[in-house]
Design a protein around this ligand. Sequence first.
Ligand code: PLP
Length: 402
Amino acid sequence: MSDSYTRATFDEVMVPNYNPSEILPERGEGSRVWDQNGNEYVDFAGGIAVSILGHNHPGMVKALKDQADKIWHLSNVFTNKPALELADKLTEATFADKVFFANSGGEANEAAFKLARRYAHDNFGPEKSEILSFSKSFHGRTLFTVCVGGQPKYTEGFEPLPGGILHTEYNNIEAFKELISDKTCAVVMEPIQGEGGIIPADPEFVKQVRELCDKHNALLVFDEVQTGFGRTGDLYAYMGMGVTPDILTTAKSMGGGFPIGAMLTTTKIAASLVPGTHGSTYGGNPLGCAVSLAVLDAINTPEMMTAVKEKSAKIQSGLEAIGEKYGVFSGVRGKGMLLGAVLSDEWKGKARKFLEAGWANGVMCLVAGADVVRFAPAATITEADIEEGLARFDKAISELVS
Ligand SMILES: *Cc1c(COP(=O)(O)O)cnc(C)c1O
């Protein structure tokens, strides 16, 4: 019965907003995945930078099963122990004092942007409402979050759009100075632009943005949906940058594959979300929080963060070697388990071809735009899987260029 479902079924019964592969992954173990035909892949994708502990991680599976036997759902009329413990540990581990739980990155950002508006309204008046963001940024797919995102193709045709959102060039402090003012309520940035092409923020730029935010009483919001939860070799990327945000959003790796997101902030700022101002039916549900606790316990150790940095260096040098051998990359950038191989001029616009060549050779990677091949393996990936994945990717590229 299940064999009668194939990629073709997708076109019959699904809204055509995605164009998925013919491959139907059915099972995963660590950094290996098996499809409907028994083909096996090394997973350098981790969903889209989600599966930070790989597939079928024993700690996560146990946490989910244990909680499944206790209670699944309560609503926000009640709080629950996994949510309280997770919020306690997150505030212990970060700059934040308070946590709001959501189910995804987009929802965490929606909460962050609403809070920034509300906080400015409460403390400075309705004139202070502008949100400053950066071109090429990505913050989610709700109408508010696509508008804060800096990719016009995602808002086209969805007008009328929410207003009061301005964009400027990432890593360009002069352009930023022109735009920020006392009307700015928040500046939103990814420490490394993920969907935009794995573009790291220049540390000096971030430092100056922080100073200008302070000068204009604007909140600095870090969207760490993709960079957070150990992905870059720190629990959050801000920790490796010497700059602290006022609001931070986190999702993707946070649940290791179970949908959960969160917004973290300080007591002073959180005070603007009084009862009734915002909410979510499933946000902070015990299943998601129990799984995320297992992820946090496994990820947030010095040994794991050191391992991420070491494995990252290995993958980066492997990719650089492949790039030189075949002349396909102009460089490899990013941090930790979030790397982008930038296509050389000759291959620009063809990132999807690299993905497909990888699939045909048993390795899964991602694109970040049309000019960058993205790698987001698990922090738990073994040395053997790194070597095997790189060897398969090498073979894929040799076929692609021949
Ligand atoms: C993926 C992503 C989002 C959106 O997260 P969803 O869980 O898909 O809503 C937001 N911001 C960044 C930086 C992301 O990478």
